[in-house]
Design a protein around this ligand. Structure first.
Ligand code: CAA
Length: 270
């Protein structure tokens, strides 16, 4: 059974908090709730899920970039929505699990382009992406402790895996914000660029990835992600099988032939 394709731009025409723009085979998604510093309200996370579903279904989309505004990538879960909730409310609705995690399950490459605040759920959303490109103005933090809770969208887990125990504890237990330079030194972000170059740089990185053989990109992404789920020997075994699988793709022969004959590769994505 083939899944019906759905143009993410068309889906986003009906969304309030997500803007979608096509840049060739890359879709740029902009969080659009700047008055609340892109606080991640239920409607926003729901819309993001719907648009990401559509990017996954659309074969002409090869990579996704998520960005916010100059002042805020996202300042976290919506505190005004959360404040009246009880344990039974969040437990029964399975808050976070039921609606937030789509970016972490997207198979296509997904890049977070972060400018300004990426706090709480905003930092966690960025960490759900494959890599983070930060503007010089970016500030990351897990300030949940300052409002009587703790990170609930992966901040204690993905952050610890990204930067190690001591730095993660520092951020999670004190709520301290770090700037882009410190985030890069810690290994939380892949690159830091000038504010005005953030989106063009992130789209350029996404386009570069989009132009490689699609099966190789997905195999590579899956293999790196496996590193966070298993032991070294199992991870190496998995990588070896994925490496072998790449030899079943047309891209392997095409890429190597192009190298040998000093020409540009033209991938069929098969
Ligand atoms: N939820 C709801 N509204 C928020 C918000 C949030 N997380 N962050 C900012 N806003 C709103 C403010 O209430 C304000 O709205 P009003 O104009 O209606 O008052 C507007 O956005 C602008 O914010 P500020 O006036 O506070 O802007 P500032 O420049 O003075 O401060 C800031 C910026 C330091 C980011 C500050 O807004 C702040 O500390 N925000 C909260 C950050 C936070 O605690 N995030 C964690 C949330 S919990 C979470 O994310 C749980 C999880 O793991 C899933």
């Amino acid at each position: 059974m083939t899944t019906k394709q759905q143009d993410p731009i068309k889906v986003a025409e009906n969304t309030e908090y997500i803007l979608a723009e096509r840049r060739d085979s890359v879709v740029l998604l902009t969080l659009n709730r700047s008055k609340a510093l892109n606080a991640l309200c239920d409607s926003l996370t729901q819309e993001l899920t719907e648009v990401l579903d559509a990017t996954e279904r659309d074969d002409s989309v090869a990579a996704v970039v998520i960005t916010g505004s100059a002042k805020a990538f996202a300042a976290g879960a919506d505190i005004k929505e959360m404040q009246p909730k009880t344990f039974v409310d969040v437990y029964l609705e399975d808050f976070i699990t039921s609606s937030w995690e789509r970016p972490s399950t997207v198979r296509k490459p997904i890049i977070a382009a972060v400018s300004g605040y990426a706090l709480g759920g905003g930092a966690e959303l960025a960490m759900m992406c494959d890599l983070i490109i930060a503007a010089e103005s970016a500030k990351f933090g897990q300030p949940e402790i300052t409002i009587g809770i703790l990170p609930g969208a992966g901040g204690t887990q993905r952050l610890a895996r990204a930067v190690g125990k001591s730095k993660a504890m520092d951020m999670v237990l004190t709520g301290r914000m770090i700037d882009a330079a410190e985030a890069e030194r810690m290994g939380l972000v892949a690159r830091v660029v000038a504010d005005e170059e953030l989106v063009s740089e992130a789209v350029a990185v996404a386009t570069k990835i989009a132009n490689f053989s699609k099966p190789a990109v997905l195999l590579a992404k899956e293999s790196v992600n496996r590193a966070f789920e298993t032991t070294l020997s199992e991870g190496l075994r998995f990588e070896r099988r994925m490496f072998h699988a790449a030899f079943a793709t047309e891209g392997q022969n095409e890429g190597m032939d192009a190298f040998i004959n000093k020409r540009e590769a033209r991938y069929s994505d098969r």
